[in-house]
Design a protein around this ligand. Structure first.
Ligand code: ADP
Ligand code: MG
Length: 323
């Protein structure tokens, strides 16, 4: 097969009609790559760059043509890549089974649920498992965490590592945490994540929470389009990390009861279609009695919907005793 250039081997100056001055305006507004332009709307692009809407539409149309370059792969190539997919254990057999054996690499798995439903606990547990040996359900790898709510607690890692019989200090040394102070910072950190893997092998990238900054910074319908465009780009950066590094990408998301901003249903996750369509697996977490949580698989390309009941305790995430 003839070698095709991937979309990220082109720069925005390669687009017809984008000279140095236009490129500078686009970059200043954050449209620094062809993919970001391909998913933009002409109105947004015009609003933030000052380029006329007609010209913006032409730039987007040509970016879409470039974005298609290299997008087609044969079934054989995809099967080859799928063969490298690995599964990361959650520490609960019931939850692993629900997911067909654990969280898949080369995919993005979203855990959503209300405050206290256990999302952050599960992220800590995944971090511990990723550092564990392969025969214990881990990846023997380092972990990258983008912490947007300041909820990472090394003490919890120590508790969970002790319970699993692995050295807590060694586990902590392999978990690399970055605080993201706002959505732009979060986007930059995700772009930088790939640089980190030159220094160490990270097969798990966590973003806890994916949406909290976006939600608080872009209130109201007026800024919804911009928020969705940024979220879309961010999620594609995350997925790309998963594909290039054969890594699990795990993100958390809240549910919303704000009909004015996020369309009604109090059990619907934030981020609308953008998050829903980009997440490969979506798991809805609900609180139940005595530390129990119900995890429901909402969306998967090849698994049936279903539920698992898990226990969250000082030891982390586990199956219900006696089940
Ligand atoms: P969120 O979905 O908001 O991220 P968390 O993952 O932070 O929720 O879950 C918080 C819950 O986890 C607490 O309400 C408690 O039930 C449980 N939890 C947290 N730490 C411990 C602990 N050390 N021992 C037992 N349960 C804990
Ligand atoms: Mg949390």
């Amino acid at each position: 097969m003839a070698e095709k250039k991937a979309v990220d081997e082109y720069t925005i100056e390669d687009l017809p009609g984008v000279g140095d001055a236009t490129a500078e305006k686009l970059r200043e507004a954050g449209y620094d790559n062809i993919m970001a332009l391909a998913v933009a709307s002409p109105k947004d692009l015009s609003d933030v760059t000052g380029i006329g809407e007609g010209a913006a539409a032409k730039i987007i149309a040509s970016a879409r043509k470039y974005a298609d370059v290299g997008n087609f792969e044969t079934g054989e190539e995809i099967l080859q890549r799928r063969k490298e997919v690995k599964k990361l254990s959650t520490g609960s057999k019931a939850l692993d089974d629900l997911l067909g054996g654990g969280l898949e690499t080369q995919a993005l798995t979203e855990f959503y649920g209300e405050f206290g439903s256990g999302k952050t606990q599960i992220m800590h547990q995944l971090a511990v498992f990723a550092t564990m040996p392969v025969d214990k359900g881990g990846f023997d790898s380092d972990v990258l965490i983008l912490d947007t709510e300041n909820t990472f607690r090394p003490e919890r890692i120590v508790q969970m590592a002790n319970y699993r019989g692995v050295d807590p200090d060694e586990t902590l040394r392999r978990i690399h945490v970055a605080r993201a102070y706002n959505s732009h910072h979060q986007i930059l950190l995700a772009e930088k994540a790939s640089d980190q893997t030159k220094e160490f092998n990270a097969r798990l990238l966590i973003v806890d929470s994916l949406t909290s900054h976006f939600r608080s910074e872009y209130m109201g319908r007026g800024s919804l389009a911009e928020r969705q465009q940024l979220l879309n780009r961010h999620m594609h950066d995350l997925l790309k990390f998963g594909t290039l590094n054969n890594a699990v990408v795990a993100v958390t998301n809240q549910v919303s009861a704000r009909p004015d901003v996020f369309f009604g249903d109090p059990t619907s996750p934030i981020g609308g279609n953008i998050v829903g369509h980009t997440a490969t697996f979506r798991i809805y977490l609900r609180k139940s009695k005595a530390g129990k949580r119900i995890a429901r698989l909402m969306d998967s390309p090849h698994l049936p919907e279903g539920e698992a009941v898990i226990q969250i305790s000082e030891d982390g995430v586990a199956d219900i005793q006696g089940s």
